[in-house]
Design a protein around this ligand. Structure first.
Ligand SMILES: [Ca+2]
Length: 342
């Protein structure tokens, strides 16, 4: 060992653990103790495997076949997350474009949100977005302008996806090196919903995979992952630290059944308007409760109607609140309702 090498080793040993970086190009296989499977509560059909049919680097990547519905979810990842600033770089290849339905492909248990609550990255309205499981807030908010401030995830080839969770709670996101304005908290006019609470994430893991809440399925490949306390960029190299033999098993289990119990139906009728509010509570094993509220309005007067995908409600909305024939006004959050097919 040269004097320089000794000096560098000494510096490395003195670095706080918060600067540690976990990386992998999966050319040494899939070390399932370094990258364990994560499928909280249930797993019905999702599978993960080391795959040599496509890769960003070398021959190997990790393939995630995500099934539909919450229990079709499956992830792999690590709890080796730096304290303070967290930067994640991953090369990701999706098979199918993001739809209007809500999905996640990165999920992070977040101690600041409570037990089993996650900061998620995924899609809705066909664009990339952040979602906070505790209160379902999105970044950007899903108004037409907010939606336009983010971007779709290209499919069929590997994309360089990077994000930064600041120690002050700020978020930054890049796709192929380009900042995504809607996925950045600074100077973002569509971040009001996100910043309405003083939110400073304290993530305890980073997991890559697939989870859908409306039945969407997809196949993703992940390669050249780097998680650390500084940005490596898209050209940053990855050093494989995996030394274990290849693991090529894929896991598919069916363990939990899912029951849906309608709980409340309430109707209010007035002279020219009928409002039906249905609350449906879906309970899955020990998982948290998801409540979906759908409001349907029928009006006989000559009220302006909104077209498909248009906004039809939400805090501060003064435009049409009635959807064109065949569409329902669905509340996506307190700030945005949208005309969608039923
Ligand atoms: Ca690789």
């Amino acid at each position: 060992m040269t004097r320089l090498q000794k000096a560098l080793l000494g510096i490395a040993l003195l670095l706080p653990s918060s600067l540690a970086q976990i990386t992998d190009d999966f050319e040494g296989g899939w070390d399932s103790s370094k990258w364990p499977i994560y499928a909280p509560d249930c797993n019905q059909g999702g599978s993960i495997s080391l795959d040599s049919s496509t890769a960003h680097s070398g021959r190997n990547s990790i393939k995630v076949s995500g099934a539909g519905g919450y229990c079709g979810h499956i992830f792999f990842g690590t709890t080796q997350v730096p304290t303070g600033d967290v930067y994640v770089r991953v090369w990701v290849k999706a098979t199918t474009a993001l739809t209007d339905s809500h999905v996640s492909f990165i999920t992070m248990p977040d101690a600041s949100l409570g037990t089993n609550k996650h900061l998620r990255i995924g899609g809705q309205n066909k664009i990339l977005m952040y979602n906070r499981e505790s209160d379902d807030a999105t970044l950007p908010e899903l108004s037409p302008q907010g939606t336009a401030s983010s971007t779709a995830l290209p499919v069929g080839s590997f994309q360089c996806f990077e994000y930064h969770i600041g120690s002050d709670g700020s978020l930054e996101t890049w796709l192929n090196g380009n900042p995504i304005a809607g996925l950045t908290t600074a100077n973002n006019p569509y971040a009001n919903q996100w910043t309405r609470v003083n939110y400073v994430p304290r993530i305890t893991g980073v997991y890559f995979g697939w989870e859908s809440y409306g039945g969407d399925t997809n196949t993703f490949w992940y390669d050249d992952i780097a998680i650390g306390s500084s940005r490596v960029g898209c050209s940053g190299s990855v050093t494989t630290t995996s030394v274990r033999p290849s693991t090529t098993t894929s896991r598919t289990t069916t363990t939990t059944s899912r029951t849906t119990t309608p709980s409340t139906t309430r109707s209010t009728t007035s002279s020219s308007r009928t409002t039906t509010t249905t609350s449906r509570i879906t309970t899955t094993a020990s998982r948290t409760t998801t409540t979906t509220t759908t409001t349907t309005r029928t009006t006989t007067a000559n009220t302006p109607t909104q077209t498909q995908w248009g906004q039809c409600g939400g805090v501060g909305w003064t435009g049409p609140t009635v959807c064109a024939n065949g569409l329902i006004c669905k509340s996506l959050n307190a700030y945005y309702s949208q005309c969608l097919t039923n």
